[in-house]
Design a protein around this ligand. Structure first.
Ligand code: WT7
Length: 651
């Protein structure tokens, strides 16, 4: 018998069938799984989007490149904004915007979105921006960030949004790589009661990004920022006098395959990859998944609490929801400002019915305690979603119970910057969910688990997640790097997309995501995924968060090291350490018992909230730290390193 690529050690028996009333009204009914691949995407493509010229061919697949909706002409902003106004929905709210400073609120209707987008698009034209001109966007969570993206799409200018928490170096790398000619930014952003100097950081970045000719600066905090004469323009001055009538700036007819945006994602090397997304396939993919998975209704108030700077924000704050004409919430600040109940206050105020967030945020709320949610009426919530990392079953349970009142379905959605759209997820009116499982591939998606040599792994097996057929929102390549595109995603199994994640399939055919393949540990020849050991730790009532990695061990190949944060900021003890090791042994078996446990108040995370196990491995092996530039808070690893060293000397 060959050793499986990844073994299954954690079992989870809880099951939640969809509530009957939810199932009866759901957008997705069981027959959706009977639709054929071609019919499904053909119909969604024709009916969900409005076309200037209809497409003549559904897709073309010349591995590793796909094209979708060939021959079609459309415009993303037309679909997301103009057509809703034309259908009489101009007064519908597109975004309830909530500023971080208390009391700052603004409702932006679809009609306003159309006017603002048109005005900015006209202004961008005066700066020489036209079809094909690359534009960088470096902003916080303000409505103008979405307006900037839509203004670019209106005139066919591809954008790259750079997350507002990124440094000058990260910004200049991206602007330089895409050869952006214009940058749209703001004076400063609000974050936890202080200001983030976006314009100053942009100025620093621009020294290394000579392609940028003009800078548009939104006034947000109103504090003084340096402006360079001839290069920098205030947004409000630039749009002054520009017409806001949509006919003054018609939506540019774009080919289905014209570039909509690049979004840079970091890989194993320092150079970020410019993931390319095009027009029609992307829009169809995000709008279709948004409609069925989040079960949006015409009067829904949907809140995706991600940042616009990540793909989640692109696909599920801006393009998917707007294409479906959905009312959304856009919140500028952090979840704990001024208090830890800020999110729940927002849910109550706007009567949010759909909330979509990340496991890292759910675990932070768990750590703070459910009493903050209890202060608010969350009965409007109908559906909860999770994305970004595998969700520990206990965090899933907590989310459903304390936020969803024990009634809402929870959809754990697996996807990537590269996939553009959700690929594996429950459909909330159909799927019996299991805490920790993303369950089934979306209709029209062909996902499977392969072993090392490319054989499909059946129910009960573990291995590598692959996608066997192209999908509309798939990346069209890595900008200016065909070789890296082929090498990263298509070299392991030939014409099958290798996602880089471990996964297992259970007896019901449900998928369980096991984290990045690089994170898998090998203990005495057993290939164990970090997420299962982490979930066993988080299952202990006093543990808020845990990260696990392997370190070299002369005897077992690798030994498991765990980094644990206790609830309520509690300190660890020798007794607690033993208790946790035994808890893991009981929950999943002695093989997974951590050799060491380091207690720490925080875990090292990327700015998007993913735990960086690579750095924890460096700490565990007492190596110099690798690249730390993507860390949200570099101080955290230093602290962990000190604690790990202290623990080593105590032994
Ligand atoms: C990686 C992609 C997708 C939008 C945000 C992240 C991990 C994402 C899940 C999930 C388990 C997940 C994977 C994936 N991931 N969602 N529901 N369960 N893992 O986009 O930064 O491109 O990251 O995030 O490892 O490959 P991204």
């Amino acid at each position: 018998m060959t050793t499986p690529a990844i073994e299954t050690i954690l079992t989870e028996d809880r099951r939640y069938p969809p509530p009957e009333d939810f199932a009866a009204q759901a957008n997705a009914q069981p027959d959706i799984y009977e639709r054929s691949f071609d019919e499904f995407w053909e119909t969604e493509g024709r009916e969900r989007l409005s076309w200037f010229e209809p497409f003549t061919q559904l897709y073309e697949w010349k591995p590793p490149y796909a094209k979708w909706f060939l021959g079609g002409k459309t415009n993303v902003t037309y679909n997301c904004v103009d057509r809703h106004v034309e259908r009489g929905l101009g007064d519908k709210v597109a975004y309830h915007w909530e500023g971080e400073p208390e009391g700052e609120r603004r409702d932006v209707t679809f009609a306003e979105l159309q006017r603002e987008t048109t005005r900015l698009a006209n202004a961008l034209k005066t700066l020489g921006v036209g079809k094909g001109t690359a534009v960088g966007i470096y902003m916080g969570m303000v409505p103008e960030a979405a307006i900037a993206m839509l203004a670019c799409a209106r005139i066919g200018a591809p954008h790259t949004v750079v997350f507002g928490g990124f440094s000058a170096d990260s910004l200049s790398d991206r602007l330089h790589d895409m050869e952006c000619e214009v940058l749209i930014t703001q004076d400063e952003a609000w974050r936890r009661g202080t200001t983030v100097p976006l314009k100053r950081t942009a100025d620093e970045a621009l020294r290394e990004a000579p392609s940028v000719r003009s800078v548009v600066v939104l006034r947000r905090t109103g504090n003084d920022v340096p402006m360079t004469e001839g290069r920098d323009f205030w947004w409000h001055e630039l749009v002054e006098g520009e017409p806001d009538d949509p006919a003054s700036c018609p939506c540019e007819p774009m080919d289905s395959e014209d570039l909509l945006y690049l979004l840079y994602t970091s890989g194993t090397t320092a150079k970020p990859k410019g993931i390319a997304h095009t027009t029609a396939g992307y829009l169809c993919g995000v709008a279709t998944t948004h409609h069925y998975i989040f079960d949006v209704e015409p009067d829904s108030v949907y809140w995706c609490a991600a940042d616009i700077g990540w793909v989640t924000g692109h696909s599920y704050i801006v393009y998917g929801p707007l294409c479906n004409g959905t009312t959304g919430v856009l919140y500028e600040g952090t979840p704990d400002f001024p208090d830890k109940d800020r999110w729940w206050e927002i849910v109550e105020r706007y009567e949010v019915d759909i909330l979509y967030t990340a496991p890292t945020a759910i675990r932070a709320h768990m750590k703070w305690g459910h009493e903050h949610a209890e202060k608010h009426d969350l009965s409007s919530l109908r559906l909860l979603g999770s994305v970004g990392e595998p969700i520990n079953p206990e965090a899933w349970e907590w989310y459903r119970r304390h936020i969803g009142g024990g009634r809402t379905p929870v959809v754990d959605t697996w996807w990537q910057t590269e996939t553009g759209m959700i690929m594996i997820s429950p459909l909330p009116g159909i799927t019996t969910t299991k805490p920790g499982s993303a369950t089934k591939p979306f209709p029209g998606v062909d996902a499977a688990v392969y072993d090392e040599s490319g054989n499909e792994v059946g129910p009960g097996g573990g291995g590598y997640l692959v996608l066997r057929r192209p999908w509309p929102a798939m990346l069209r390549g890595i900008y200016k790097d065909d070789e890296r595109y082929a090498e990263t995603y298509w070299s392991k199994y030939g014409d099958v997309y290798f996602a880089g994640d471990g996964a297992r399939i259970d007896e019901d055919g449900d998928f369980w995501l096991l984290g990045r393949v690089d994170d898998v540990m090998n203990v005495s020849g057993h290939r164990i995924s970090t997420i299962e050991v982490e979930s066993a730790l988080v299952d202990h009532p006093r543990v808020a968060e845990a990260a696990v990695c392997g370190r070299n061990d002369a005897q077992t190949g690798q030994a498991i090291v765990a980094y644990v944060t206790l609830k309520g900021g509690e300190d660890g003890s020798v007794e607690m350490l033993e208790e946790l090791r035994n808890h893991v042994a009981r929950k999943i078996g002695p093989i997974a018992k951590p050799a060491n446990i380091v207690f720490t108040p925080e875990l090292p995370k990327t700015r998007s909230g993913k735990i960086m196990r690579r750095l924890l491995r460096d700490v565990a092996e007492q190596r110099t730290l690798g690249d730390t530039t993507t860390l949200a808070d570099p101080g955290v690893v230093e602290e962990i390193r000190d604690r790990a060293a202290a623990e080593a000397t105590e032994e």
